[in-house]
Ligand binder design. Sequence first.
Ligand SMILES: Nc1ncnc2c1ncn2[C@@H]1O[C@H](COP(=O)(O)OP(=O)(O)OP(=O)(O)O)[C@@H](O)[C@H]1O
Length: 488
Amino acid sequence: MEDDSYYLDTDLDLSFTSTTTDRTFTSSSARSSLARSSLTLSFNDRLSTATTPSTTTSSAPTTLHHRRYDPHWTAIRAATTLSSDGRLHLRHLKLVRLLGTGNLGRVFLCHLRDCPTPTAFALKVIDRDALTAKKLSHVETEAEILSMLDHPFLPTLYARIDASHYICLLIDYCPNGDLHSLLRKQPGNRLPVSQVRFFAAEVLVALEYLHALGIVYRDLKPENILIREDGHIMLSDFDLCFKADVVPTFRSRRFLRVSTPPSSPRRPRRSRRGGCFSTEATYEREEIVAEFAAEPVTAFSKSCVGTHEYLAPELVAGNGHGSGVDWWAFGIFLFEMLHGATPFKGVTKEQTLRKIASSDDVVFPLELDEEGVREAKDLIQQLLVKDPTKRLGCARGAQDIKRHPFFEGIKWPLIRHYKPPEIRGLVKKSSKAHGGHVTGVSSPRRRKWLWWALSNLLRSKRSNSKIQSNNNSYHYVGKSYNASRKRV
Ligand SMILES: Nc1ncnc2c1ncn2[C@@H]1O[C@H](COP(=O)(O)OP(=O)(O)OP(=O)(O)O)[C@@H](O)[C@H]1O
């Protein structure tokens, strides 16, 4: 049945408040007025100057964000400029569809109302009333971490909206879904080495950035790697992170450069490669390079969080862990992309944990006949070292991993200009890319049905108990998708 009272060509603002207005819940009128009066948005401190309540200017916020000239910021600036108090409000957003449901809340595709070029965003909506104190602290962690980020492979928090009992986080929308689903569409659930290298390199750079901020991610897995419209990655889900102090340093590293200059007065040495009869002379020169290192080596936490198959042994042991857990997970991630499954997966979760904790080394299932596999295996073996003090990355961080032969040839500073691989199952970028999703629901009948469904969904939350802990499935409108792996 379609109920016109829920279809008001409405926006998110109305869809929230309509669940508590006299039309639907007359008894909740107090909450309704609260909802309306508290529909304010505070721009992220670091991202905008329009953060303080006193900033009521209608001028566009000037942001510090590296992407401040991209269409998303432009659209937000336009909306705030037109806003009577110079701020973005929930009424500026228009919900398009439900993208998924997570542990903490729901994520909607939305776009800005009255924006000439539809610009898509993802809106994570968390119902405070439905969460335990522990989960609420995870939400705050996620919001805090998001507000710190300014990196192409990490989400931008455009706005945080606190409206009544809802916390809404406006972030980048990734139309290509997550890497886990993408892997499931590939033959053998795996990717060719060149594509593994691409995704691994981007994840590595994202982790390096997080670590430089003192953030230990703790939930690396393909499900949390979303694919942007342009095919580059976006790490998501920061509720399990923990933050430590980190002192980024420049360290000197000495190494020998071997070269064969044509006529150099320097002391020649016999080339090892050329053998003792070789006439080819090489020159070894000691060079000192300054390297940026920012690994939160003193980070220490005792809470056991993460996803079973990705847990590092020190996490399983529960004796405390640091940033090394991310490098272990990075090894598991490489393994899964390469082989289509994780290396320590058991029949039960307990068995998985036992396998991780055992002293057995990682076993590679089959010899892949592809260039780069040998290097990939070597890297995985160096990452999946049970003792974190001996694990690659744990001493000097991402720098050591970047230097591994598996990544040879990658020009790290240019990484975001690399052309993403064309993979089966990826949405092709079109000139109307964002519009495509929007127009996909534009038939009046379908939109009417959608709003009716969304309103019901939000209403039913009031009567339901808490959001299911570790909800193991999420729903697109009309469809149910297979679950991602549960977390501890
Ligand atoms: N920015 C985004 N763009 C597109 N889809 C997204 C975005 N963020 C989340 N999603 C989708 O919404 C779903 C729910 O996301 P959410 O981050 O709330 O939960 P989750 O990834 O399942 O994590 P959790 O482990 O916290 O439950 C995801 O599975 C994903 O499919």
